[in-house]
Design a protein around this ligand. Structure first.
Ligand SMILES: Cc1ncc(COP(=O)(O)O)c(C=O)c1O
Length: 371
């Protein structure tokens, strides 16, 4: 618990709270506790929630929760983690979310001399920094892809190159050829870490577990917090060659997942095709619904392939927009990326939530910055 409190990259919510504490303002969560009408679209959660099949599976296993492994949900879960990505036995490890394996990748692959190279802006402000390791940040290219040539150049001796794909906060993809560039140009004992928390929203063709199947020096992080709508249930996975997984496991093994989470995740993976199809379509519709309003208002945004996007209101900083929207009970993720002070991140909510978002942003643009 101490570590979780000290490590700010530990989940979206922890980051949001840290920013809120630093700014001495009410945290988005605290606000929701006081005001049930507030629309909280700040942590890239998925309001579609757990699948119907997942909820049924949880209801079934809940009363048996006094056993460590009541009906072998963990077995089903692990089996499905393998089969859905078609990886060999031992090439995946389950975790309660992807924050834990992401954090553990830092001591596993980096050190004070072997850095963690990441994008700027990117996710998590560099896991390694919090255990005293070197972090090197490299600006995204103009098209918001990772500048892989510059990442290698910035530190050819790095221990880990971290690519968030799609990237948080830009919501944009870096193509496979760029991941392959890192693999071809990194030091032999360095690893490529691909964080695919949001990849499901962007389509299966972007999954980089193909590189795991090819036994490359790559680990891939996945989570059930996003498209599967299970952020509060905690399930995730780390894919990679067994020798790489073992290195991460030295700092804490996987397992230890709640039986409710494994039951829900397993039941959801059994209906993967239908679940993805429906959720990708709903997310796209609601995202485009917001874009239509932003286009009309002249608010610029970065076209995203994920369940969030960055927007920028002319003449206002992201922080000003965040404060103005919060006053209208719409809570966004502002102030988190000092590289882009004009931007603020919006999570795609339900259609009803985006209707309220659209109305609020129209008012904010009309009112302009407060003196
Ligand atoms: C890019 C990225 N990676 C990892 C995580 C960790 O998520 P979780 O621990 O819920 O799996 C998040 C959470 O928002 C994220 O945005």
């Amino acid at each position: 618990m101490g570590a979780a409190a000290a490590i700010p990259f530990f989940t979206e919510m922890a980051q949001a709270q840290q920013v809120a504490r630093a700014a001495a303002v009410t945290s988005p969560r605290a606000m929701r506790a006081f005001d049930p009408d507030a629309i909280v679209i700040s942590s890239n959660e998925n309001p579609m929630g757990p699948s119907k099949e997942g909820i049924e599976a949880m209801a079934k296993v809940g009363p048996l929760g006094w056993r460590y492994r009541p009906q072998g949900e963990n077995v089903d879960f692990e089996k499905l983690l393998h089969s859905t990505e078609n990886v060999k036995q031992g090439y995946v490890m389950g975790f309660p979310g992807s924050s834990v394996p992401l954090a553990n990748c830092a001591p596993a692959f980096t050190s004070p001399t072997r850095s963690w190279v990441m994008a700027s802006p990117g996710y998590g402000s560099g896991a390694g920094r919090f255990v005293g390791n070197k972090v090197v940040k490299v600006p995204l290219r103009k098209d918001y892809t990772h500048d892989v040539e510059a990442m290698i150049k910035a530190d050819p001796n790095a221990g880990a190159y971290y690519i968030c794909n799609p990237n948080n906060p830009s919501g944009t993809l870096t193509p496979r050829k760029d991941l392959e560039y890192i693999l071809a140009h990194k030091k032999k004992d360095a690893v490529l870490i691909v964080d695919e928390a949001y990849v499901h929203f962007s389509g299966q063709e972007n999954y980089s577990t193909e590189l795991v199947r090819q036994d490359k020096d790559v680990v891939v992080l996945r989570t059930f917090s996003k498209i599967y709508g299970m952020a509060g249930l905690r399930a995730g996975a780390l894919y990679g060659r067994p020798d790489l997984l073992d290195k991460v496991a030295e700092f804490g093994r996987g397992g230890n997942l709640p039986v409710t989470a494994t039951a829900c995740a397993a039941a959801s993976m059994k209906v993967n095709d239908a679940l993805m199809k429906e959720r990708i379509a709903i997310n796209k519709r609601n995202r485009e619904y917001a874009y239509e309003t932003l286009d009309k208002l002249g608010v610029s945004y970065i076209p995203s392939v994920s369940n969030f996007f960055m927007m920028s209101v002319k003449g206002m900083t992201g922080a000003q927009v965040g404060t103005a929207m919060a006053a209208k009970k719409i809570i966004l993720a502002g102030n988190r990326w000092p590289e882009w002070p004009q931007h603020i991140r919006v999570t795609v909510g339900t259609y009803e939530e985006m209707t309220k978002f659209n109305a609020a942003i129209a008012q904010v643009v009309k009112e302009g910055p407060k003196a």
